[in-house]
Design a protein around this ligand. Structure first.
Ligand code: 3HC
Length: 303
Protein backbone atom coordinates (compact mmCIF):
# COMPACT_ATOMS: atom_id res chain seq x y z
CA UNK A 1 0.00 0.00 0.00
CA UNK A 2 1.26 3.44 -0.87
CA UNK A 3 1.08 5.82 2.03
CA UNK A 4 -1.25 8.40 0.40
CA UNK A 5 -3.87 5.79 -0.27
CA UNK A 6 -3.53 4.36 3.21
CA UNK A 7 -3.94 7.65 5.05
CA UNK A 8 -6.90 8.80 2.96
CA UNK A 9 -8.73 5.53 3.54
CA UNK A 10 -8.01 5.70 7.28
CA UNK A 11 -9.60 9.19 7.44
CA UNK A 12 -13.05 7.80 6.54
CA UNK A 13 -12.66 4.48 8.31
CA UNK A 14 -14.47 3.38 11.47
CA UNK A 15 -11.23 2.03 12.89
CA UNK A 16 -8.51 4.64 13.29
CA UNK A 17 -7.06 4.00 16.73
CA UNK A 18 -5.79 0.50 17.34
CA UNK A 19 -4.50 -1.00 20.57
CA UNK A 20 -2.36 -4.12 20.33
CA UNK A 21 -1.84 -5.99 23.60
CA UNK A 22 1.29 -8.17 23.55
CA UNK A 23 4.48 -7.26 21.72
CA UNK A 24 5.81 -10.71 20.79
CA UNK A 25 6.40 -11.86 17.20
CA UNK A 26 2.73 -11.52 16.29
CA UNK A 27 1.78 -8.42 18.30
CA UNK A 28 4.78 -6.45 17.04
CA UNK A 29 3.95 -7.39 13.47
CA UNK A 30 0.31 -6.40 13.88
CA UNK A 31 1.28 -3.05 15.44
CA UNK A 32 3.71 -2.48 12.60
CA UNK A 33 1.29 -3.13 9.71
CA UNK A 34 -1.38 -1.00 11.38
CA UNK A 35 1.07 1.90 11.78
CA UNK A 36 2.40 1.45 8.24
CA UNK A 37 -1.10 1.91 6.89
CA UNK A 38 -1.80 5.14 8.77
CA UNK A 39 -3.44 3.95 12.00
CA UNK A 40 -2.61 5.36 15.42
CA UNK A 41 -1.30 2.42 17.41
CA UNK A 42 -0.80 1.82 21.10
CA UNK A 43 1.33 -1.24 21.82
CA UNK A 44 1.00 -2.70 25.31
CA UNK A 45 3.59 -4.85 27.05
CA UNK A 46 4.20 -5.92 30.64
CA UNK A 47 7.19 -3.66 31.28
CA UNK A 48 9.34 -1.08 29.57
CA UNK A 49 12.22 -3.50 28.83
CA UNK A 50 9.99 -5.87 26.87
CA UNK A 51 8.37 -2.88 25.20
CA UNK A 52 11.76 -1.57 24.09
CA UNK A 53 12.63 -4.97 22.59
CA UNK A 54 9.36 -5.01 20.63
CA UNK A 55 9.95 -1.46 19.41
CA UNK A 56 13.44 -2.38 18.20
CA UNK A 57 12.09 -5.41 16.31
CA UNK A 58 9.45 -3.21 14.71
CA UNK A 59 12.08 -0.64 13.67
CA UNK A 60 14.20 -3.33 11.97
CA UNK A 61 11.24 -4.85 10.15
CA UNK A 62 9.91 -1.40 9.15
CA UNK A 63 13.15 -0.47 7.47
CA UNK A 64 13.08 -3.77 5.52
CA UNK A 65 9.55 -3.03 4.35
CA UNK A 66 10.34 0.61 3.53
CA UNK A 67 13.43 -0.36 1.52
CA UNK A 68 11.31 -2.76 -0.50
CA UNK A 69 8.52 -0.21 -1.08
CA UNK A 70 10.81 2.63 -2.09
CA UNK A 71 13.70 0.84 -3.74
CA UNK A 72 14.90 3.87 -5.67
CA UNK A 73 14.57 6.53 -3.02
CA UNK A 74 16.38 6.03 0.25
CA UNK A 75 15.21 9.29 1.82
CA UNK A 76 11.51 8.55 1.11
CA UNK A 77 12.01 5.05 2.54
CA UNK A 78 13.53 6.51 5.69
CA UNK A 79 10.72 9.02 6.06
CA UNK A 80 8.09 6.30 5.60
CA UNK A 81 9.68 4.14 8.31
CA UNK A 82 10.07 7.06 10.69
CA UNK A 83 6.48 8.22 10.24
CA UNK A 84 5.18 4.71 10.85
CA UNK A 85 7.30 4.39 13.98
CA UNK A 86 6.02 7.70 15.24
CA UNK A 87 2.43 6.40 14.99
CA UNK A 88 3.23 3.70 17.57
CA UNK A 89 2.95 4.65 21.21
CA UNK A 90 4.14 2.25 23.90
CA UNK A 91 2.21 1.55 27.10
CA UNK A 92 2.39 -0.76 30.09
CA UNK A 93 -1.17 -0.02 31.26
CA UNK A 94 -3.89 -1.90 29.32
CA UNK A 95 -6.69 0.06 31.01
CA UNK A 96 -5.15 3.36 29.95
CA UNK A 97 -4.27 2.10 26.45
CA UNK A 98 -7.86 1.19 25.46
CA UNK A 99 -9.49 4.47 26.48
CA UNK A 100 -9.85 5.90 22.97
CA UNK A 101 -9.36 2.76 21.00
CA UNK A 102 -11.64 1.73 18.11
CA UNK A 103 -10.14 -1.77 17.96
CA UNK A 104 -8.24 -3.77 20.57
CA UNK A 105 -6.28 -6.79 19.35
CA UNK A 106 -5.01 -9.22 21.95
CA UNK A 107 -1.85 -11.18 21.13
CA UNK A 108 -0.70 -12.37 24.55
CA UNK A 109 0.15 -15.82 25.92
CA UNK A 110 -2.18 -18.67 24.87
CA UNK A 111 -3.72 -19.27 28.30
CA UNK A 112 -7.46 -18.88 28.57
CA UNK A 113 -7.43 -17.70 32.22
CA UNK A 114 -4.89 -14.97 31.44
CA UNK A 115 -6.83 -13.81 28.39
CA UNK A 116 -10.03 -13.77 30.46
CA UNK A 117 -8.43 -11.66 33.14
CA UNK A 118 -7.18 -9.17 30.55
CA UNK A 119 -10.46 -8.92 28.63
CA UNK A 120 -12.50 -8.57 31.81
CA UNK A 121 -10.35 -5.70 32.98
CA UNK A 122 -10.42 -3.79 29.68
CA UNK A 123 -14.12 -4.49 29.04
CA UNK A 124 -14.88 -2.44 32.12
CA UNK A 125 -13.00 0.65 30.89
CA UNK A 126 -13.03 0.64 27.05
CA UNK A 127 -15.68 2.77 25.29
CA UNK A 128 -18.86 0.77 24.55
CA UNK A 129 -18.30 0.88 20.77
CA UNK A 130 -14.72 -0.44 20.90
CA UNK A 131 -14.34 -3.73 19.05
CA UNK A 132 -12.31 -6.48 20.73
CA UNK A 133 -10.43 -9.14 18.79
CA UNK A 134 -8.09 -11.97 19.63
CA UNK A 135 -5.19 -13.23 17.51
CA UNK A 136 -5.31 -16.62 19.24
CA UNK A 137 -3.94 -19.50 17.16
CA UNK A 138 -5.92 -22.28 18.70
CA UNK A 139 -8.25 -21.24 21.52
CA UNK A 140 -11.94 -20.69 20.95
CA UNK A 141 -12.89 -17.07 20.25
CA UNK A 142 -16.30 -17.69 21.85
CA UNK A 143 -14.68 -18.95 25.06
CA UNK A 144 -12.33 -15.96 25.17
CA UNK A 145 -15.20 -13.53 24.48
CA UNK A 146 -17.28 -15.00 27.31
CA UNK A 147 -15.27 -12.91 29.78
CA UNK A 148 -16.78 -9.74 28.29
CA UNK A 149 -20.16 -8.11 27.94
CA UNK A 150 -19.52 -7.24 24.32
CA UNK A 151 -19.79 -10.50 22.41
CA UNK A 152 -21.52 -8.67 19.55
CA UNK A 153 -18.41 -6.53 19.25
CA UNK A 154 -15.97 -9.43 19.46
CA UNK A 155 -14.26 -11.47 16.74
CA UNK A 156 -11.07 -13.26 15.80
CA UNK A 157 -8.32 -11.63 13.75
CA UNK A 158 -5.77 -14.31 13.05
CA UNK A 159 -2.50 -13.18 11.47
CA UNK A 160 0.45 -15.17 10.11
CA UNK A 161 4.15 -14.97 10.81
CA UNK A 162 5.91 -12.86 9.51
CA UNK A 163 2.94 -10.50 9.76
CA UNK A 164 4.39 -7.75 7.51
CA UNK A 165 4.91 -10.29 4.70
CA UNK A 166 2.07 -12.83 4.92
CA UNK A 167 -0.94 -11.53 3.02
CA UNK A 168 -3.69 -13.52 4.74
CA UNK A 169 -5.95 -12.49 7.59
CA UNK A 170 -8.52 -14.93 8.98
CA UNK A 171 -11.57 -13.07 10.25
CA UNK A 172 -13.42 -15.27 12.70
CA UNK A 173 -17.09 -14.76 13.52
CA UNK A 174 -18.74 -16.17 16.59
CA UNK A 175 -22.54 -16.54 16.49
CA UNK A 176 -22.89 -13.32 18.51
CA UNK A 177 -20.57 -11.18 16.31
CA UNK A 178 -22.81 -8.47 14.82
CA UNK A 179 -22.89 -7.86 11.08
CA UNK A 180 -21.60 -4.32 11.76
CA UNK A 181 -18.60 -5.65 13.71
CA UNK A 182 -17.86 -8.26 11.07
CA UNK A 183 -17.98 -5.66 8.29
CA UNK A 184 -15.74 -3.31 10.30
CA UNK A 185 -13.18 -6.09 10.81
CA UNK A 186 -13.22 -7.05 7.12
CA UNK A 187 -12.84 -3.39 6.10
CA UNK A 188 -9.96 -2.93 8.53
CA UNK A 189 -8.23 -6.06 7.22
CA UNK A 190 -8.43 -4.61 3.73
CA UNK A 191 -7.20 -1.21 4.96
CA UNK A 192 -4.03 -2.82 6.35
CA UNK A 193 -3.41 -4.48 3.00
CA UNK A 194 -4.43 -8.05 3.85
CA UNK A 195 -6.66 -10.45 1.97
CA UNK A 196 -9.36 -11.56 4.39
CA UNK A 197 -11.12 -14.87 4.55
CA UNK A 198 -14.07 -15.56 6.84
CA UNK A 199 -14.31 -18.63 9.00
CA UNK A 200 -16.23 -20.08 11.90
CA UNK A 201 -14.84 -20.45 15.40
CA UNK A 202 -13.57 -24.00 14.85
CA UNK A 203 -10.21 -25.29 16.24
CA UNK A 204 -7.30 -23.85 14.24
CA UNK A 205 -9.69 -21.97 11.94
CA UNK A 206 -8.57 -22.84 8.38
CA UNK A 207 -4.79 -22.52 8.17
CA UNK A 208 -3.66 -24.02 11.48
CA UNK A 209 -6.22 -26.84 11.30
CA UNK A 210 -4.44 -27.99 8.14
CA UNK A 211 -0.90 -26.79 8.83
CA UNK A 212 -0.33 -28.02 12.40
CA UNK A 213 -1.25 -31.71 11.75
CA UNK A 214 0.95 -31.52 8.63
CA UNK A 215 3.91 -30.22 10.67
CA UNK A 216 3.30 -32.86 13.36
CA UNK A 217 3.21 -35.63 10.73
CA UNK A 218 6.51 -34.39 9.32
CA UNK A 219 8.06 -34.45 12.81
CA UNK A 220 6.76 -37.99 13.40
CA UNK A 221 8.22 -39.02 10.04
CA UNK A 222 11.59 -37.61 11.14
CA UNK A 223 11.30 -39.28 14.58
CA UNK A 224 10.70 -42.64 12.91
CA UNK A 225 13.80 -42.07 10.80
CA UNK A 226 11.90 -42.37 7.52
CA UNK A 227 13.89 -39.43 6.15
CA UNK A 228 16.24 -36.76 7.48
CA UNK A 229 14.84 -33.32 8.41
CA UNK A 230 16.81 -31.80 5.54
CA UNK A 231 15.33 -34.24 3.04
CA UNK A 232 11.78 -33.78 4.34
CA UNK A 233 12.20 -30.01 3.93
CA UNK A 234 13.67 -30.28 0.44
CA UNK A 235 10.89 -32.68 -0.52
CA UNK A 236 8.06 -30.35 0.44
CA UNK A 237 9.74 -27.27 -1.06
CA UNK A 238 10.56 -28.85 -4.39
CA UNK A 239 7.81 -31.46 -4.53
CA UNK A 240 4.89 -29.40 -3.26
CA UNK A 241 5.98 -25.81 -3.84
CA UNK A 242 5.99 -24.70 -0.17
CA UNK A 243 8.30 -21.73 0.56
CA UNK A 244 9.68 -23.55 3.64
CA UNK A 245 9.74 -27.24 4.49
CA UNK A 246 7.69 -28.41 7.52
CA UNK A 247 10.66 -28.83 9.89
CA UNK A 248 12.15 -25.41 9.15
CA UNK A 249 8.64 -23.95 9.34
CA UNK A 250 8.21 -25.52 12.80
CA UNK A 251 11.46 -23.81 13.85
CA UNK A 252 10.18 -20.56 12.35
CA UNK A 253 6.74 -20.63 14.04
CA UNK A 254 8.26 -21.56 17.44
CA UNK A 255 7.93 -24.92 19.22
CA UNK A 256 6.24 -23.40 22.27
CA UNK A 257 3.44 -22.19 19.99
CA UNK A 258 3.07 -25.46 18.06
CA UNK A 259 3.18 -27.60 21.22
CA UNK A 260 0.61 -25.47 23.00
CA UNK A 261 -1.71 -25.73 19.99
CA UNK A 262 -1.40 -29.53 19.78
CA UNK A 263 -1.70 -30.06 23.55
CA UNK A 264 -4.78 -27.84 23.70
CA UNK A 265 -6.45 -29.78 20.92
CA UNK A 266 -5.46 -33.13 22.40
CA UNK A 267 -7.20 -32.21 25.65
CA UNK A 268 -10.37 -31.36 23.74
CA UNK A 269 -10.23 -34.17 21.16
CA UNK A 270 -8.31 -37.05 22.84
CA UNK A 271 -9.42 -39.55 20.18
CA UNK A 272 -7.99 -37.70 17.19
CA UNK A 273 -4.52 -39.16 16.42
CA UNK A 274 -3.65 -36.07 14.37
CA UNK A 275 -3.50 -34.12 17.63
CA UNK A 276 -0.99 -36.33 19.46
CA UNK A 277 2.01 -34.26 20.63
CA UNK A 278 5.40 -35.39 19.28
CA UNK A 279 8.10 -36.47 21.73
CA UNK A 280 10.93 -34.45 20.16
CA UNK A 281 8.77 -31.29 20.19
CA UNK A 282 8.16 -31.69 23.93
CA UNK A 283 11.86 -32.26 24.54
CA UNK A 284 12.91 -29.16 22.59
CA UNK A 285 10.46 -27.01 24.53
CA UNK A 286 11.73 -28.41 27.86
CA UNK A 287 15.27 -27.52 26.77
CA UNK A 288 14.23 -24.01 25.79
CA UNK A 289 15.10 -24.70 22.15
CA UNK A 290 12.05 -23.00 20.74
CA UNK A 291 13.29 -22.63 17.18
CA UNK A 292 14.76 -19.76 15.23
CA UNK A 293 13.84 -17.12 17.83
CA UNK A 294 16.06 -18.81 20.44
CA UNK A 295 18.86 -19.71 18.02
CA UNK A 296 18.16 -23.46 18.09
CA UNK A 297 15.38 -25.93 17.40
CA UNK A 298 15.50 -28.87 15.02
CA UNK A 299 18.24 -26.87 13.28
CA UNK A 300 20.96 -24.78 14.85
CA UNK A 301 21.00 -21.06 13.95
CA UNK A 302 23.93 -20.03 16.12
CA UNK A 303 26.57 -20.85 13.58
N1 3HC B 1 9.66 -8.04 8.28
C1 3HC B 1 9.69 -7.42 7.09
N2 3HC B 1 10.01 -8.03 5.93
C2 3HC B 1 10.33 -9.32 6.01
C3 3HC B 1 10.33 -10.04 7.21
C4 3HC B 1 9.97 -9.35 8.39
N3 3HC B 1 9.93 -9.95 9.59
N4 3HC B 1 10.67 -11.33 6.95
C5 3HC B 1 10.90 -11.41 5.61
N5 3HC B 1 10.69 -10.21 5.05
C6 3HC B 1 10.77 -9.88 3.62
C7 3HC B 1 12.19 -9.71 3.19
O1 3HC B 1 12.62 -8.38 3.31
C8 3HC B 1 12.16 -10.18 1.75
O2 3HC B 1 11.82 -9.11 0.87
P1 3HC B 1 12.40 -9.09 -0.64
O3 3HC B 1 11.87 -10.33 -1.28
O4 3HC B 1 11.90 -7.85 -1.23
O5 3HC B 1 13.88 -9.13 -0.47
C9 3HC B 1 11.01 -11.16 1.70
O6 3HC B 1 10.24 -10.97 2.87
C10 3HC B 1 11.53 -12.56 1.63
O7 3HC B 1 12.41 -12.78 2.74
P2 3HC B 1 13.81 -13.50 2.66
O8 3HC B 1 14.46 -13.22 1.34
O9 3HC B 1 14.56 -13.19 3.90
O10 3HC B 1 13.51 -15.04 2.77
P3 3HC B 1 12.48 -15.95 2.00
O11 3HC B 1 12.38 -15.60 0.57
O12 3HC B 1 12.87 -17.33 2.39
O13 3HC B 1 11.07 -15.64 2.67
C11 3HC B 1 9.40 -16.06 4.28
C12 3HC B 1 10.87 -15.72 4.02
C13 3HC B 1 8.51 -14.92 3.81
C14 3HC B 1 9.28 -16.24 5.77
C15 3HC B 1 9.06 -17.38 3.47
O14 3HC B 1 10.02 -18.35 3.68
C16 3HC B 1 7.70 -17.94 3.82
O15 3HC B 1 6.68 -17.50 3.33
N6 3HC B 1 7.69 -18.97 4.71
C17 3HC B 1 6.46 -19.60 5.19
C18 3HC B 1 5.89 -18.79 6.31
C19 3HC B 1 4.60 -19.36 6.82
O16 3HC B 1 4.10 -20.38 6.38
N7 3HC B 1 4.04 -18.67 7.80
C20 3HC B 1 2.84 -19.09 8.46
C21 3HC B 1 3.18 -19.78 9.72
S1 3HC B 1 1.73 -20.29 10.60
C22 3HC B 1 1.31 -18.95 11.51
O17 3HC B 1 1.94 -17.94 11.53
C23 3HC B 1 0.07 -19.11 12.33
C24 3HC B 1 0.34 -19.11 13.80
O18 3HC B 1 -0.90 -19.08 14.46
C25 3HC B 1 1.12 -20.33 14.26
Amino acid sequence: LKRGLATSSVKNAIIKNVTVIGGGLMGSGIAQVAAQTGHNVTLVEVNSDVLKKAENNIATSLSRVAKKMYKDDESVAKKFAEEARARIKGSTEPAEAVKDSDLVIEAIVEKLEIKHKLFKSIDAVAPPNTIFASNTSSLSIGEIASATNRKERFGGLHFFNPVPVMKLLEVVRIPETSEETYQALMAWGKAIGKTCITCKDTPGFVVNRLLVPYIAEAIRMMERGDASPQDIDIAMKLGAGYPMGPIELADYVGHDTTLSIIEGWQKKFPDNPLFTPCESLRKLVQEGKLGRKTGAGYYNYNK
